[in-house]
Design a protein around this ligand. Structure first.
Ligand code: ATP
Ligand code: MG
Length: 306
């Protein structure tokens, strides 16, 4: 299933405080959209409004043609959400966490396939070496990746990853961004919040929030032009310097939105036959657990031959 997501005037308040103020944009299958902004800007709050956790006080969230909160049952299985805070049972090992998730969420899959899938997903999130270590002994970045693995077990069409790369070293962060892009290119709509600005050229769109206001959405390079800076890291100083209202006004006055679908390159042809079969099974839609497993198996084989 491919699911475009649209926010229309999404507004979230707590008491008298407006946490997210009339945010509108579109996100598309095949793309990674990074949500950026200072701490407290409202990124996690916006995520929860977009993914069915908390209905916004005003505005709409559309999944395809449907309003999410009135059609939630249709979409709940298609949504993967890795929250910012840890939600793992810390007495289990990463393998056990993924295995039990698989048994619960894929009740028709044979046990040995769930075991194999758990191991393949562990490899995908670079945790094979920590397979049997209790979660309480893992680092923050490793726990984050177990949480991501939990969501990957069911291959959701829309993925929300809240600070998925916090606590990762730069090399691993880049690898994870690659993984997010790959997951998107398989037909998913992928949302990522991040504070890290190094690898933003790897995402398709960036959305900047400041004090709950939308101050930019568009291609990463266009964001540099809009704020008149050379590096993404300089945007933060600009945002806080002139204030959210200034940039939100500038952005709404800046002409038509660039939030239509980005031309996404076709998936890379794969060398291994199993992977090729999986990739050709149905172009563009998220893979089934079987296809994902076939593809991951081929990848592991390739790794072994290297
Ligand atoms: N339930 C709540 N009631 C009142 N205020 C809240 C609530 N949840 C969040 N806030 C406030 O809303 C603002 C936005 O919080 P949010 O967690 O969305 O920010 P964020 O952009 O994700 O920040 P960070 O980068 O630190 O994760 C903050 O000022 C926070 O204190
Ligand atoms: Mg947050």
């Amino acid at each position: 299933m491919q699911i475009p997501v649209e926010a229309r005037g999404v507004t979230v308040s707590a008491g008298f405080k407006t946490l997210v103020s009339s945010v509108s944009f579109r996100a598309h299958p095949g793309e990674v959209l990074a949500i950026l902004g200072p701490s407290g800007a409202g990124k996690s709050t916006l995520f929860r409004a977009l993914n069915g956790s908390d209905a916004p006080g005003a505005g709409q969230v559309l999944y395809g043609p449907d309003e999410l909160y009135t059609s939630f049952d249709r979409y709940r299985m298609q949504i993967g959400y890795v929250p910012q805070d840890d939600i793992l049972h810390d007495a289990l090992t990463p393998f056990e966490v993924l295995y039990f998730t698989g048994r619960l969420r894929l009740p028709d899959a044979p046990e040995e396939r769930v075991r194999a899938l758990a191991d393949e997903v562990l490899a995908q999130v670079e945790l094979s070496e920590r397979r049997d270590v209790r979660v309480r002994r893992l680092s923050g970045g490793q726990r984050k990746r177990v949480n991501l693995g939990v969501e990957l077990m069911t291959s959701p069409s829309v993925l929300f990853l809240d600070e998925p790369t916090s606590g990762l070293d730069p090399a691993l962060e880049e690898k994870m961004m690659e993984l997010f892009r790959k997951l998107a290119r398989q037909g998913r709509t992928v949302f990522v919040t991040t504070h890290v600005t190094e690898n933003l050229d790897m995402v398709d769109r960036v959305l900047l929030l400041c004090a709950g206001r939308l101050t930019f959405v568009g291609k990463p390079k266009a964001a540099l032009g809009f704020f008149g800076v050379e590096h993404f890291s300089d945007i933060y100083a600009k945002l806080t310097g002139m204030g959210a209202d200034h940039w939100a006004r500038q952005f709404s006055a800046s002409g038509p939105r660039d939030d239509g679908p980005v031309a996404v390159p076709p998936p890379q042809p794969r060398a291994a036959p199993a992977a090729a079969r999986a990739a050709n099974a149905a172009p563009g839609r998220p893979k089934t657990a079987d296809e994902l497993l076939a593809e991951l198996e081929a990848e592991i084989e390739r790794e072994k031959r290297r």
